[in-house]
Ligand binder design. Structure first.
Ligand code: FAD
Length: 614
């Protein structure tokens, strides 16, 4: 008997298993044979805008993704570098073979995780309340986490060719209704797509713009040396579509499964195929195409930005119209996949199903798109399944201090009508939810899990040192001195300090780089500290003013959002409109915050609930 059994060994599944194993429970992953753990069927990269923050949150909560991305990282970049620290995100190009190998090595080194390579055909609950999972054998478990990605009734499309499968070369899973008769899927199926893969030696790189790896980007795992590279580094290259490329696509509109009615499912608006771009922006011909290596020893590159389900000969034609790709050889053609997704309004914030206690869902099966979103949910589902086995308090992240919290509240508050992906604008509090202060934000959640692993000791020390350095900045005064200022600015410019000020005040000066300035101050006192700690304090001080101003407001919002509500009572109240009652009884919000996010809820309803009149 397993304590926690996970179906699926993708990004969600391995996080669920890894966090569960930290509670010393008996954990199993049952996953289709022939697909490596943590494999990357689409873009060979981890992180990105909003997603880099999620990877660091996963890392600070004790997850795997940051460790694996560092080990398999072959090109590092900071996105939005020219913008403020709040929206900067790290992105790492990964060797996808190495990433999956590292996942296999790490998971197989954990003694209390068993990996079973079988396809699951049926799940049921026995009379003792345990789940029975039927693969080649029958397995019993107390809690079940389902992370089956794009495999539920998966159907692949390239032009008019259609095959069954969860991704190219892989079997599909039976539909959700065959796995569990009581779980409701979304009315619409979802769709995602991937570009053709090109042979790396068939590209003329001299015609493209090189993007080397940036040595100043920090590793994701907080206990790795921040700037150490664990794999050899390579470059990516930038190509561009042109008028001819877009014309080829527009001329073949009727052959595109997305536009001729063959694909009925809905794709992600924020991750458009090249066909979507051609018809959504008819005036635009130039779109970026990033040529990304898939691995150090793999022969293929991934042309990011031109995912497509057009027929093979059309893919050949439009790819070869791009400067530098005139002789490109397509090794694997692009395709789209349609699949069933769970209606996430039936899930609690713990990702447990409302009507089937002990059953959790995480990852792409919940209608999200992206490895990071999947991994973040996997960690939350796995942790909650384990905490529930142990009879402990659940792990629920707030949207006010984490992107994972934003995502889960968004998912559980509305039936999704298109694939969901994270970006910084989804958060109301993005000045605070930054990459640099992740440990600060996640440490209290991690501490509440009651674990005592090396990560916990590292974070506890970081957390207490943060407050010491913070106080140091408040009480230490800097005298007027242009010489010190020149040293601090790090850009060779100096400004006369008009008054004596504390280090905290100094760090808020717009013309200073706060990290360089704090480092210089500490050097002048002969103090040497962990550079990540210095960064966190320096950037936090920079945003102090803005954050303090919104803190009061947020405190009130947070209190109200966290207020537990009785949805059953509200959905039968005569003081609430019929339409709102219907929506509330369908979505079953547990908190005021969730109620607020439901589409179509009237201000009057919110007002009576907020006033605790119900
Ligand atoms: C064609 C394609 C294009 C994509 N495009 C993008 C993109 O552009 N951008 C992006 O961010 N993300 C994209 N993705 C999504 C990305 O792959 C997923 O977000 C991510 O892999 C989801 O992780 P997951 O753990 O939920 O599922 P997966 O990584 O898909 O893992 C699912 C696991 O479940 C197992 N499984 C399924 N059914 C069963 C069963 N019955 N029994 C046992 N095991 C089972 C499978 O073996 C697999 O290991 C794409 C995926 C595909 C397939």
């Amino acid at each position: 008997m397993f304590d926690v059994l996970i179906i699926g060994g993708g990004h969600a599944g391995i996080e669920a298993a890894y966090i569960s194993s930290q509670f010393n429970l008996r954990v199993g992953i049952i996953t289709m044979p022939g697909i490596g753990l943590g494999s990357a069927p689409c873009n060979p990269s981890v992180g990105g805008v909003g997603k880099g923050q999620v990877v660091r949150e996963i890392d600070a909560l004790g997850g795997l993704m940051g460790i694996l991305a560092d080990k398999a990282g072959i090109q590092f970049r900071t996105l939005n570098e020219s913008k403020g620290f709040a929206v900067q995100s790290s992105r790492v190009q990964i060797d996808k073979e190495l990433y999956s190998q590292e996942a296999e090595t790490l998971i197989s080194s954990v003694p209390n995780i068993e990996v079973i390579r079988e396809k699951v055909e049926k799940v049921s609950k026995n009379e003792d309340g345990f789940f029975e999972v039927l693969g080649k054998s029958l397995y019993t478990t107390k809690k079940l986490v389902v992370t089956v990605g794009t495999f539920l009734n998966g159907r692949l499309h390239t032009g008019s060719d259609q095959t069954s499968g969860g991704r190219v070369g892989c079997d599909k899973s039976v539909g959700l209704s065959e796995l569990f008769s009581e779980v409701k899927t979304c009315p619409n199926r979802f769709k995602t797509g991937t570009p053709p893969r090109l042979h790396k030696d068939s590209i003329d790189y001299s015609l493209l713009e090189e993007q080397p790896s940036d040595p100043s980007v920090r590793n994701f795992h907080c206990m790795h040396k921040p700037l150490e590279r664990l794999a050899p580094q390579v470059s990516c290259y930038l190509a561009r579509t042109n008028e001819l490329t877009m014309q080829v696509i527009r001329d073949n509109r009727e052959r595109s499964p997305m536009f001729n009615g063959q694909i009925k499912a809905v794709g992600a608006r924020y991750c458009p195929s090249i066909e979507d771009k051609a018809f959504r922006y008819p005036e635009k011909h130039v779109h970026h195409v990033f040529i990304e290596p898939e691995g150090l020893s793999l022969e293929t590159v991934y042309p990011s930005g031109i995912s497509s389900s057009l027929p093979q000969e059309v893919q050949d034609e439009y790819v070869r119209s791009i400067t530098g790709l005139e002789r490109a050889k397509i090794e694997v053609y692009g395709y789209a996949v349609e699949y069933d997704v769970v209606d996430t309004t039936f899930l609690r914030m713990t990702l447990e199903h409302f009507s089937i206690p002990g059953l959790y869902f995480a990852g792409q099966v919940n209608g999200t798109s992206g490895y990071e979103e999947a991994a973040g949910q996997g960690l939350i589902a796995g942790a909650n399944a384990s905490l529930s086995v142990l009879g402990k308090e659940p792990l629920i992240l707030s949207r006010h201090d984490s992107y994972i919290g934003v995502m889960i509240e968004d998912l559980t508050s509305n039936t999704r009508d298109e694939p969901y992906r994270l970006f910084t604008a989804r958060s109301e509090n993005r000045l605070y939810i930054r990459e640099d202060n992740t440990i600060l934000r996640m440490c209290p959640y991690r501490t509440a899990l009651g674990l005592t692993l090396p990560l916990d000791h590292y974070q506890a020390q970081f957390y207490s040192s943060y407050f010491i350095l913070n106080d140091f900045c408040d009480v230490t005064m800097i005298p007027e001195s242009s010489f010190i200022l020149r040293e601090m600015s790090g850009v060779g410019e100096s400004q006369q300090l008009v008054k004596r000020m504390s280090v905290s005040e100094l760090l808020r000066q717009a013309w200073l780089n706060p990290i360089t300035a704090l480092s210089r101050v500490l050097e002048s006192f002969g103090i040497s500290l962990d550079i990540d700690l210095v960064r966190t304090v320096a950037i936090s001080k920079k945003y102090d003013g803005y954050i303090k101003r919104s803190e009061d407001h947020l405190e009130k919002v947070k209190k109200l959002d966290g207020m537990i509500i009785n949805w059953e009572k509200i959905s039968t109240s005569p003081n609430v409109s019929f339409e709102c009652r219907q929506r509330i009884s369908r979505i079953r919000p547990e908190t005021f915050g969730q109620l607020k996010l439901i589409e179509g809820i009237r201000p009057a309803t919110l007002a009576v609930v907020a006033a605790r009149a119900l």
